[in-house]
Design a protein around this ligand. Structure first.
Ligand SMILES: [Zn+2]
Length: 316
């Protein structure tokens, strides 16, 4: 499915395909939670379809589409972070290279999908370069990243980069209001930093509870009512991306509304916080940590370093 705010990007691909100039390596770049995954899936589906529609969406009926629905398409290879790993490793890319150079089995093109591309470690990325440089016949490699700037320049230069926009607030709110949600679309969108699909996923009590729980723990560490090690241990299996997105959101709120004492979340009433320079510093450091979220750092240490940033903040 292609969301309305990504239609222009899809149209660019349509033009390229009509001109028979579809690149063999397409790097999709856009923020998480804005429908980039759906866009990538729509592209993969259409590449595996034997008779795509005029707008190049998959027909849904041909043999290619039917096999694709069963998730066992012999011409499709997907690479993700494997269980208990934090990066995409070289062995996975070696398998991909073998797949791309195998003899053909089906009618459509051979398609590989790598997501998240920023999780490729150095060796894996270098191993991928060869396939990007000398593409196998009729193959397309689709990569998806939410952090284009962290990708190796050698990878980026060998791909056609297609930017997937984050929708404007108006369009995002309009879309959210059309979904069946329990919380206010404004609140959800604010919490998701303007990412509509992420906002929709946040619309559940369990998430609200977990987020609140983390806010309270963070506050307790800052007030030295709880030990840093204990709290880090408690959260070590949580998603680093999720923890960071909460914190980045809170810091943004603190920067935007420094004197608002009636915040719903306790974390936003940190008594010591008045110095906006310090908040900006914290913001930068959290963004830096987010870039490291896919590296193989020890999870507990990672959480500890997050919490330490906040502890520094409370020291005047
Ligand atoms: Zn089809």
């Amino acid at each position: 499915m292609v969301h309305r705010w990504h239609q222009k990007s899809w149209d660019q691909l349509v033009i390229a395909r009509n001109a028979k100039h579809l690149p063999h390596a397409i790097l999709l770049a856009g923020a998480k939670g804005t429908g980039t995954q759906a866009f990538a899936q729509a592209l993969v589906n259409s590449l595996l379809c034997e008779s795509p529609l005029e707008n190049y969406h998959a027909c849904g009926e041909c043999k290619g589409c039917r096999v694709r629905k069963g998730d066992v398409h012999p011409d499709y290879f997907q690479i993700a972070i494997e269980a208990n790993k934090t990066q995409i490793l070289i062995d996975q890319i070696r398998e991909l290279n073998d797949f791309l150079h195998m003899s053909r089995s089906y009618l459509t093109s051979r398609v590989a999908f790598i997501n998240p591309a920023e999780a490729l470690n150095m060796n894996a990325a270098n191993s991928l370069l060869k396939s990007l440089e000398e593409p196998a016949n009729n193959s397309v490699i689709v990569l998806l990243t939410a952090q284009l700037s962290t990708l190796l320049p050698t990878i980026k230069s060998r791909c056609q980069i297609l930017h997937l926009a984050t929708p404007s607030k108006t369009i995002a709110l309009q879309w959210l209001s059309e979904q069946s949600i329990q919380h206010s679309p404004e609140e959800l969108l604010e919490m998701s930093s303007g990412k509509p699909l992420y906002a929709l996923a946040l619309d559940n009590e369990e998430h609200f509870k977990r987020r609140n729980d983390f806010a309270n723990d963070l506050l307790a560490v800052m007030m030295q009512q709880q030990s840093l090690t204990e709290i880090s241990k408690k959260w070590q299996t949580a998603s680093k991306d999720e923890l960071l997105s909460w914190q980045i959101h809170w810091v943004q709120q603190l920067i935007k509304y420094p004197f608002n004492k009636v915040q719903a979340q306790a974390i936003l009433q940190i008594p010591h916080v008045v110095d906006s320079a310090k908040l900006w510093q914290l913001y930068d450091q959290l963004i830096k940590l987010r870039r490291l979220a896919h590296t193989s750092l020890n999870a507990q240490l990672f959480i500890e370093s997050m919490l330490l940033l906040w502890m520094k903040l409370s020291k005047t």
